[in-house]
Ligand binder design. Structure first.
Ligand code: BGC
Length: 760
């Protein structure tokens, strides 16, 4: 009876508060009413905003390290926040909480948000930004393998789970937007930020990008893929160089990942790049940001600037004599938000007075921003639960996901006489500059408790083998003082593991491009000296990019590409070396033999003459191994501890009519002794086309698990449109004729079959 009364009382209370709730909405302004459509709310709100409020919505406040916003206790001063917000508020906050503990971040975020919502005139919630290309870049958050490593898993399902986890961790910290993923392509390994990319291929990068965005955005966190467009492909791999390529190449190679982000993943934001396209800066490029992005692809989110890009448009690209004029050009072109700090957009009023931009132009920018704020439910849910972030911070299930990803991303490049897995070794000498450190790569969180290769090796081998360690040499310095001890350790060991390579902001990273891809310092000489001991040598490369290795590769019995494998990388590496995990990663980029061979990618148009082409090295020797430019390891390459054979490639139909799908199957047999995952790749060649085509284009792939001795029949369906090329008018067309399909373990091998298409 008492129970019944309680329930009744609760219902009454519930219905009373509901009634009040309904009444409240009636009292409120139309833009505050969630029952109205987003468009109605946007228009109502814009109609109420002053010009100053609009310009502040298009701007951000930077709260980082040097901001004068801390109080005496080292926390943000809310009075200072109040002062900066004034009555107008602000659209974005740049990374204000990423250096705090999870709990402090949420509390601070909520406090700041309360000022925006309750103390500014219109109560527009603020968007808090952070970075998250391979895990939220915030203190102690889970660090997954870097993007280049994730792309080598070729596992879109795994990518989706990681993105979901990143989205959960981000949302729980009160962060609303991540400046991620990077959808630039890794087309030139000299570029410093190569590790941020999902490889060189537009199809693979599109699949990864779409999964990232869907997984993150379903947690009510906005993604801003970057850098739109072609930011990393300046001549010689130089950062933010002018992309002087044709529109055809932009559309074939660089646009597809962004187009997929818009059309398939419905991304809510996008970052314009620093560079120019054929001379027109992306930040002020109306063709790119409005005609292509909005009118052609249907993007309805907002575009943010790269950091201080408006300044750079003036100071580096010199597009206008003043910053304010550059800002007007950017805003008018469709760059809606200026990051990271109050700078030029807040001063656009003067440009309106001078007739350089109109208030209606500004309204358009503001519309884009408000629409997303409404769509993401920020007005209804401006605050987050203060307890959740701590529970999710590097939670055990996220950690094991990071380990799973690291296991799948490691690529085995060489394994002479099956040295790996290292089964029988009783004494293992671990050495090298990257053995005892955790390298996470660009845009990584601080305070991550990562596992180094050495720690991982000790964890796995435990008492089964004696592990010795000495660094032996540095990463970039020329000292050989450590050689002697390392040689001694090597002589006493059954096998040596040399963990070499580089580090973000040391041998690469943002604004740190390279003109030579050899290992730096005395690392190459170190490998040679250890090899002289005659002991079996495994070289592990911890780097964000391919390393050229002509000098030493013949001296290494096994070579493992680890990339930056995230916080669990050391454990995953050790599992691979010990044979507890069968390596299965495959290269998402072409590995060059020499720096001078660059650029070198799968997608490139044929050279214009038949016959042998000779390329000389410094000694005048022709070193081209075949008759054309050939990579050291081709796109899609990676070894395993087992072997796979491909048989029975069967096309359902060889003459394909317009609109019909192309269906085919292949049998892949695990012919070795160990269960494994194989990444089955599908390439298409348009044998004859009036516009020259790349020899092979990646069209599909599937990662499949195949137990030892078993066969897996893998089936694929390609849409008719996959046969198309861009015609003279840059429109997709299928030319009648013959095509070749290749189903393969990498782009150079596999089975092929021919088909014909009837044309458009
Ligand atoms: C980079 C962006 C990044 C921004 C903020 C810029 O230098 O190009 O990728 O999002 O800094 O960290």
């Amino acid at each position: 009876m008492i129970k019944m009364k309680k329930i009744f009382a609760l219902c009454l209370l519930g219905s009373m508060s509901l009634a009040n709730y309904a009444k409240d909405w009636e009292k409120q302004l139309p833009y505050q009413n969630p029952k109205l459509s987003v468009e109605e709310r946007v228009e109502d709100l814009i109609g109420r905003m002053t010009l100053e409020e609009k310009l502040y919505q298009m701007s951000a406040i930077y709260f980082g390290k040097n901001a004068e916003i801390f109080d005496a206790t080292g926390e943000y001063s809310m009075d200072e926040v109040r002062k900066q917000f004034g009555t107008h508020g602000v659209g974005h906050l740049s990374c204000p909480t990423t250096d705090m503990s999870a709990r402090q971040a949420v509390r601070t975020g909520n406090k700041i948000q309360r000022i925006a919502v309750e103390e500014t005139r219109l109560g527009i919630p603020v968007i808090i930004d952070a970075e998250a290309i391979h895990g939220l870049r915030a203190t102690g958050a889970t660090s997954y393998p870097q993007s280049i490593a994730l792309s080598c898993t070729w596992n879109t399902e795994l990518m989706g789970r990681i993105a979901d986890a990143i989205g959960q961790e981000t949302y729980s910290r009160g962060i609303h937007q991540v400046l991620s993923p990077t959808l630039d392509l890794a087309r030139d390994p000299r570029h410093g930020r190569l590790d941020e990319c999902y490889g060189e291929d537009p199809y693979l990068a599109s699949r990864m990008g779409v999964e990232f965005i869907k997984g993150v955005q379903k947690n009510r966190v906005i993604c801003s893929p970057k850098h739109f467009l072609a930011n990393f492909v300046g001549d010689g791999g130089r950062d933010s160089g002018n992309a002087g390529m044709s529109e055809r190449e932009l559309r074939e190679i660089h646009m597809p990942p962004f187009e997929a982000a818009v059309r398939e993943a419905h991304v809510k934001s996008l970052m314009a790049a620093y560079n120019s396209l054929d001379g027109i800066p992306c930040s002020a490029n109306r063709w790119l940001l409005t005609d292509v992005l909005r009118k052609e692809w249907g993007f309805d989110g907002y575009v943010v600037s790269d950091w201080s890009a408006v300044n750079h448009a003036h100071g580096a690209l010199h597009i206008a004599p003043t910053k304010a004029e550059a800002a007007a050009l950017c805003a008018k072109a469709g760059m809606d938000v200026e990051l990271p700090r109050l700078n030029t957009y807040v001063k656009l009023g003067e440009m309106i007075r001078q007739g350089k931009i109109s208030e209606e132009d500004i309204n358009e920018n503001v519309r884009h921003i408000l629409r997303v704020k409404f769509e993401m439910g920020l007005f209804e849910h401006p605050y987050v639960d203060e307890a959740l972030a701590e529970k999710l911070c590097d939670a055990p299930h996220f950690r094991s996901l990071a380990r799973e990803a690291a296991r799948q991303s490691i690529v085995l490049l060489k394994n002479e006489k099956n040295l790996l897995p290292l089964k029988g070794a009783r004494k293992i000498a671990v050495m090298g500059p990257n053995a005892d450190v955790v390298q996470l790569g660009g845009y990584s969180a601080k305070g991550v408790s990562g596992v180094s290769p050495l720690q991982g090796i000790r964890n796995i081998w435990g008492n089964r083998a004696e592990i010795t360690f000495t660094k032996g040499c540095g990463m970039t310095d020329n000292s050989k003082d450590g050689f002697e001890q390392a040689i001694k350790n090597a002589r006493e060991a059954d096998a040596c593991i040399l963990v070499m390579g580089g580090a973000n902001w040391h041998t690469g990273g943002e604004t740190r491009d390279r003109n030579n891809l050899d290992l730096m310092g005395v690392q190459e000489e170190f490998i040679e000296e250890i090899a002289k001991t005659g002991k079996p040598i495994v070289v592990v490369l911890v780097e964000g990019r391919p390393v050229t290795m002509t000098r030493w590769m013949d001296k290494a019995d096994a070579i493992v590409m680890m990339f930056y494998a995230g916080e669990e990388g050391g454990n995953a590496l050790a599992e691979v070396l010990a044979g507890e995990v069968n390596p299965s990663g495959k290269l998402s980029l072409t590995w060059p033999r020499n720096t001078g061979d660059l650029p070198m990618c799968l997608l490139h148009r044929p050279y214009g003459r038949e016959g042998r082409i000779v390329e000389y090295d410094n000694n005048g020797k022709d070193f081209l191994p075949k008759d054309r430019y050939v990579s050291l390891y081709p796109f899609g390459y990676g070894l395993s501890y087992t072997t796979y054979t491909y048989t029975n490639l069967k096309l359902e139909k060889t003459a394909i009519k317009e609109g019909e799908d192309i269906r085919f199957t292949v049998d892949v047999t695990n012919t070795g002794q160990m269960d494994g995952d194989e990444i089955v790749q599908v390439y298409l060649t348009d044998l004859y086309c009036r516009i020259t085509q790349s020899e092979k284009r990646l069209k599909a792939f599937r990662r499949v698990h195949i137990p030892a001795g078993e066969t897996c029949t893998v089936s694929f369906t390609l849409p008719y449109s996959s046969l198309s090329f861009l015609n003279e008018y840059l429109k997709p067309e299928v030319e009648a004729g013959e095509f070749e399909l290749r189903v393969a373990p990498n782009c150079m091998e596999g089975l092929t079959v021919r088909l014909t298409a009837e044309g458009k």
